[in-house]
Each structure stands twice: as structure tokens, then as C-alpha cells.
Design a protein around this ligand. Structure first.
Ligand SMILES: C[S@@+](CC[C@H](N)C(=O)[O-])C[C@H]1O[C@@H](n2cnc3c(N)ncnc32)[C@H](O)[C@@H]1O
Length: 291
């Protein structure tokens, strides 16, 4: 399970990086305080793609706390970050769950910690944080989890940056007659309980997060961060089509054979290099109104 998730996170990392909204990243960066090392919390960090994206875009020295429930993913985060730092000519110091990456324009200390985020009741991970961030997480969590997240950020005055949240919109080219039916079943599946505070907000997560932060008095900027996957992203497309077919069949078992035919046709489009999938995501920055 961890191995296939790790492979999926590896495959999607560049698609995520291309899709992310630079305006939303900028809004979060502009709201951060200056003058001291930034203390950042990366929730459900996986193998750390959010850290690799942000490290060069956030100012000054950075102290990261990267949490996830999966020790295997945290191990691979350490390996991937080490290789990433070395490829940039940085000195990498590696001591079990704490390590540092030092380069001409980078000074990051990263601590990894195994944490189950099912309940957002671990005060200590939030205390003192300037930035709380997560990538590809919010659609997995419940509405009450999002409200708790906004309250946690407000309690410590942290800026929030939450990216690549699936918003329920997908478009497939060339079109197949069952595309919308599969998408609707898959969106229903997205609302199942993922162990993060109850039934997931799924496609509504981004709007829900926006409301939650506005309710605690934050300002919010939300922009699209869609994947537009072409023949260059054939592996990501194949994994998505397999995943959509599986989720749709789970929700509509009586339509299993129709979905299986749909899957075969969609995969044939990918193999022929003519498939293009657009997957809707949102990025959101939220920051306290100061003064
Ligand atoms: C879609 S992945 C995103 C990973 C990473 N942020 C990225 O963008 O590559 C979701 C992550 O949530 C983590 N996760 C799921 N449920 C969790 C829980 N209850 N507590 C902590 N982490 C959890 C998974 O282990 C996985 O790393």
C-alpha cells in the first residue's frame, strides 16, 4: 500500500509542480513575517513534494516539521530530500528524523514525525508555526476537520497554504459517452470516510476550507491549479484511469462491465498518445488580518 502510494506520489510530483498557482504561493509568501527563521508545518507530507516545491520559494532559513502517519513514506522522504539536496550542490546533514540541507541559497532544517492526523488535536505540532501547509490533502478530510484546521491556524496566527485540492471537475479528450457517469461515481467515492475526521469533503473541500478560514477572520485567495495531462504524462493518466474505474465500480457495481469497457477505451487513447485529461484542483492561501 505504502509502496504503491509512494510510487503514485513520485509520478504526480512534476504534474503538481506545474499546476500550482504562483499567485496563491505569492499571497502566502507575502503574508509571512520577516526577520526570523520560518517555522513551517507540512501536514501529510508523504515523500515531501510540498517541501521541495516551496523550499526555494520561501524566504530565508526554514525549519520544517513534516508529519505523516506512514513511516515508510517518511523514510522515502529522507532519501528523496537527500538526493534532491545533493543534486543542488547542497551539504546534507542526516541524523535519523532530523536533517539539514545547506546551499548557497538554501538553509532548511527538516524534522520528520509520525503523526496520525485523524483528529487534529495535537497542539504541539502547531505551536510557534508561521506557516501551515499541505498538498493534495484537503479533499481527503471532513468539513469539521477543515474547521478545526482553520481554528488551529488562527490560534497560533499562522498563514495557511493548501494546494492541489481536487474540486470534482474532470474533462477527457477524446470524449467517451460514459465519461460523466464515471466522474460522478468517482466524485461520490471521494466523499467516503478517509479516516480524517469523518466523511471527506471531497470535491467541496476547497470551498469548505475557504469558508472555514473566512469564519475565523482570515483573508483568503483561491485559484485553480488544474492538471492538464498530455501524452507526456501517460503514466499519471493510466494510474488515474485505473483509479477512477475502480472507485466508480465500487460505487456502481451494477455498471461494472460498462465501466470496464470505458477503462479499456480510455487506456487505448493513452497508449495511442491522443488522450488529454484535465483534472480540476484549487490552491488556497489564507492569512490573518493583522493590526
Ligand atoms: C495524496 S497524499 C499527499 C502527500 C504529499 N502531501 C504530496 O503532495 O505528495 C496524502 C497523504 O496523506 C497521508 N495521510 C492519510 N491519512 C493520514 C492520517 N490519518 N494521518 C496522517 N497522514 C495521513 C498519506 O500517508 C499520504 O502521504
Amino acid at each position: 500500500m505504502d509502496e504503491s502510494l509512494s510510487e503514485w506520489l513520485r509520478r504526480r510530483e512534476s504534474a503538481d509542480a506545474v499546476a500550482r498557482s504562483s499567485a496563491v504561493t505569492r499571497a502566502a509568501v507575502d503574508a509571512l513575517p520577516g526577520g526570523e527563521a520560518l517555522r513551517i508545518l507540512d501536514l501529510a507530507t508523504g515523500r515531501g513534494s510540498n517541501i521541495r516545491f516551496l523550499a526555494g520559494r520561501l524566504p530565508g532559513p526554514q525549519q520544517w516539521l513534516a508529519v505523516d502517519r506512514s513511516p515508510a513514506l517518511l523514510d522515502s522522504l529522507r532519501e528523496v530530500m537527500t538526493a534532491w539536496g545533493e543534486a543542488r550542490g547542497c551539504r546534507v546533514r542526516n541524523e535519523a528524523s532530523r536533517y539539514g540541507i545547506r546551499g548557497v541559497d538554501m538553509a532548511c532544517d527538516i524534522e520528520t514525525r509520525e503523526v496520525d492526523l485523524g483528529r487534529l488535536d495535537r497542539d504541539e505540532i502547531f505551536v510557534g508555526r508561521h506557516l501551515v501547509t499541505a498538498s493534495a490533502l484537503l479533499d481527503l478530510v471532513s468539513e469539521s476537520w477543515l474547521q478545526a484546521l482553520a481554528a488551529r491556524c488562527r490560534d497560533v496566527g499562522a498563514v495557511g497554504l493548501f494546494t492541489i485540492t481536487y474540486n470534482g471537475r474532470c474533462a477527457c479528450v477524446p470524449a467517451e459517452p460514459e465519461d460523466d457517469m464515471v466522474r460522478d461515481l468517482m466524485n461520490l467515492h471521494q466523499k467516503g470516510d478517509k479516516g480524517l475526521g469523518g466523511p471527506a469533503a471531497g470535491p467541496d473541500a476547497s470551498a469548505c476550507a475557504e469558508r472555514s478560514f473566512l469564519d475565523v477572520g482570515y483573508r483568503v485567495r483561491r485559484e485553480p491549479s488544474d492538471w492538464v495531462l498530455t501524452s507526456e504524462d501517460a503514466d499519471v493518466q493510466r494510474t488515474l484511469i485505473e483509479g477512477w474505474a475502480e472507485a466508480a465500480t465500487e460505487m456502481g457495481p451494477d455498471r461494472g462491465s460498462v465501466i470496464s469497457d470505458w477503462r479499456a477505451r480510455r487506456l487505448a487513447h493513452v497508449d495511442a498518445g491522443r488522450s488529454r485529461l484535465t483534472v480540476g484542483h484549487d490552491d488556497l492561501a489564507a492569512w490573518p488580518t493583522r493590526g
